[in-house]
Each structure stands twice: as structure tokens, then as C-alpha cells.
Design a protein around this ligand. Sequence first.
Ligand SMILES: [Zn+2]
Length: 316
Amino acid sequence: MRAIGVDLGGSHVLAAVVEDGVIKSRAENDIDDRTFEVVTKTVIATIRAVADAEKENLPIGVGSPGNVDLATGLVRYSPNLGWHDAPFGAKLRDHLERPVFVANDARCATLGEHTYGGGRGTANFVLLTLGTGIGGGIVAEGTLLIGNAAGAGEIGHHQVRATDGFYCNCGKIGCFEAQASGTGLLRHALAVAPSFPRSQLLAEKPGKLGSKAIRRAAESGDQHALAAWNRYVDDLARGLANIIAFLNPEVIALGGGVSSAGDFMLRFVRPKVDELTTMVPRGQTRIVIAELGNDAGAIGAAVMAHRGGLSATENR
Ligand SMILES: [Zn+2]
């Protein structure tokens, strides 16, 4: 299996030639201007940087933020990029003159992690990326769930604290993403700050405090960071227990920036998830750290290209 996989984010694009889940060559560019024309131009140039050295016309898979019409590659809407009904797939096909398949970036990452990473060999699998937001995807009975309008897997927007939670970018209160993303960890630290007036964390320059600093301070025993971390893990565990109740997966893999806490995170989160798991047998879902890191999206997009795209009908 050899194909080109592309992972487009709000600020960065990666294009890679992928063979059997291994990246053979890669090109990356920053995205400073998110207008459709500029992003498309940058994506095409990034793809050409790896594709031109290939002897064959390899198929191309692209993971894009937002809700994507799988048949055409139309990005119906993407809050990250500020696009509405953007004919992304058509534009790429016009310029690259070969098969191009577009799907949501988190679904592509799920496909990658299921085929070659932490979900290998499982029939029921969930990937969650804990970054600025929470991206996710579901594999049920061996099939990546797509849903009626390609929206299955928007796990970040189920509410875990509907009355006393933080505002979410989607307009609701207490979404899993608002509470348990990297941004959520920062919000928890700010919410408990009045109880820790001498906190070293607050000595950081304004705007410099981020989830990484909080996580590291929690690991080294800082009381303010630990208080935030405990609240964060409570909310993360609520969401994970909900996923277990809905899907009873064999494995949930955690990726994204916050998951680099690794064992420190798992040690806190596993017992809380068990506590909140009621009607499904406890301890039967393995919670692990994802294996492919930032490459999961590009690897999964290549898997999609090799399969000839994702579609609800193909799955039936
Ligand atoms: Zn939301």
C-alpha cells in the first residue's frame, strides 16, 4: 500500500508519501492565511513537494478540519478555517489531475491509529485527540463510523457539565472539549487560581501559561497545578465513561498534546473511569496513549486514498 496522505490543520499542513503505515517522505508548510484560495494553493504546493519525486500517480487522501461531504470533498463548514461550502476536493482534483479523497481530519487520524497504531487488531476502538480542542473517531465492529451526514465521532461536543461548565466554541456549555482539551486544562487552572494566591504558575508572563506548563507542574507536585489537574481528570473521566457506556470499546487511545503526560495521566484517569462505569463491565476497556502522534492524520488519509475514499454506502 503506497499513497499520499495529507493532514490539514488550522495553522499547518503535512503531506507525506506513506507505505504500509510508514512515512517515506514528507513536506510541511505553515498556514498563516486561512482564506480558501491561499490554503488550497499551499496544500497543492505541499503535495507536489512529495508527489513530484514519485514515479506513479499515487492517489491522494486529505484530512481537513470541518464537516466534509465525502462524495465530492466539499467542506460544508469548518469553524477552524472559517469556510462554508468550500469546493476543496474539486479544486484539488482540478490541479492535481488524479484521484483525491477528502474527509474530516479526526476521522482520518482514527483510521490511521486503528490500522497502524494503538487500535491495531481491535474491532471496537475510539481515538480522542486532546489538543486545543478534542477530535475523535469511532470504529465499531471493524468499521469507521461515518454517520448520516459524515458527523459521527464529534465526541468533543457531548456535554459533561451542562450547567456548571465552561463555554464551548460551538455555543454550548460544558462540552467535553471545553472541559477536557488542553484549553480545558488551562481553564481549570484559572478557575481554581483564587485558592492559590502564591501559585508559581501565576508568575508566568500573561499569555504564556499553557496546558504543558500546568501538566509539568502537576507532575512535580505543585498544589495549584494538581488541583487543576484533578478537576481536569474528573471531566476527562466523565467523558470516557460516557463513551464506554455508548460503545463498549476494546481500546480508547488518547492522543494530542495533553496525552504526552503518558503514564501520569493514565494513573489518574483509569480509576476514575472505573468508578463512573456502571452498566458496562468495569476494566474491560483499555485506555492507552495513541502511538502515531502527529502523523496519525496523514497516515490515515493515505489509508483512505488507498481504499478509494470513505463513503457510507461502501461501508454497508
Ligand atoms: Zn461544544
